[in-house]
Design a protein around this ligand. Structure first.
Ligand code: AP5
Length: 215
């Protein structure tokens, strides 16, 4: 099954994608993670993306489409995939559909997680991530066993630069302007599935599995 996760920053896309990866081995392709890795390694892509990401703005479509497609080509079609944070604009979605069509594939469902703004701000301000293995925690909702340290590899957890309050406000505005129209794009194709993203991660995961069973 090929899935797109839609939803504003902090909606829980990455959290839910990791659950599907753990249970079903469905690979998660997160353009945010790929870009952050490029920034860490100081590649040309990373150097261009860094100031935009830190300002809460989107990286240009032509840069992102190329890297997303490169990762998609490496996926075993039998396992399907989860796109987390891609597409994020209508041109990205059109490019994705064309590429999938050329390889005889398609998106099976676009799952949109709806969460009110005040909850998003609270989740993002408390998010801490492991720079080594990408594990995601929340200081109060999903704390690590030992404060500030990753449960899996003991690395020190970090707060993302773009999770600072003023950047979060910009990212939410960018989402409303450039990404929210994708709901209508997938709805027209009969693929949109909207779920309430408020509740425990386990309850939300159960809703997602129900959708998968019906799709
Ligand atoms: P990206 O990394 O994709 O960030 P995002 O979409 O803003 O999403 P987040 O990672 O912030 O949130 P999430 O929904 O995954 O939430 P999470 O599960 O972590 O993009 C970053 C930047 O890269 C962009 O701003 C842009 O510059 C660039 N970029 C990336 N893709 C691009 C593209 N396609 N085009 C152009 N530019 C692109 O959860 C958040 C927190 O909440 C965590 O602490 C978690 O533990 C907690 N939490 C999760 N679920 C729950 C729950 N049910 N209850 C309580 N807490 C919860």
């Amino acid at each position: 099954m090929n899935l797109v996760f839609l939803g504003p920053p902090g909606a829980g896309k990455g959290t839910q994608a990791k659950k599907l990866l753990e249970e079903f081995g469905m690979p998660q392709i997160s353009t945010g993670d790929i870009l952050r890795d490029a920034v860490r390694r100081g590649t040309d892509l990373g150097k261009k993306a860094k100031p935009l990401m830190e300002a809460g703005k989107l990286v240009p479509d032509d840069m992102v489409v190329g890297i997303a497609m490169e990762h998609l080509r490496q996926v075993d079609p039998a396992r399907g995939f989860i796109l987390d944070g891609f597409p994020r604009t209508i041109p990205q979605a059109v490019a994705l559909d064309s590429a999938l069509k050329r390889s005889g594939e398609k998106i099976d469902a676009a799952i949109s997680l709806r969460v009110p703004e005040e909850t998003l701000v609270e989740r993002l301000s408390g998010r801490r991530s492991c720079p080594k293995d990408g594990s995601v925690y929340h200081v109060s909702q999903n704390p690590p066993k030992c404060e500030g340290l990753c449960d899996k590899c003991d690395s020190s957890l970090l707060q993302r630069e773009d999770d600072k309050p003023e950047k979060v406000r910009e990212r939410l505005a960018v989402y409303a302007r450039q990404t929210a129209p994708l709901e209508a794009y997938y709805d027209k194709q009969g693929l949109l599935r909207v779920i309430n993203g408020v509740g425990s991660p386990e309850d939300i995961y159960a809703q997602i599995k129900k959708i998968l069973a019906r799709s």
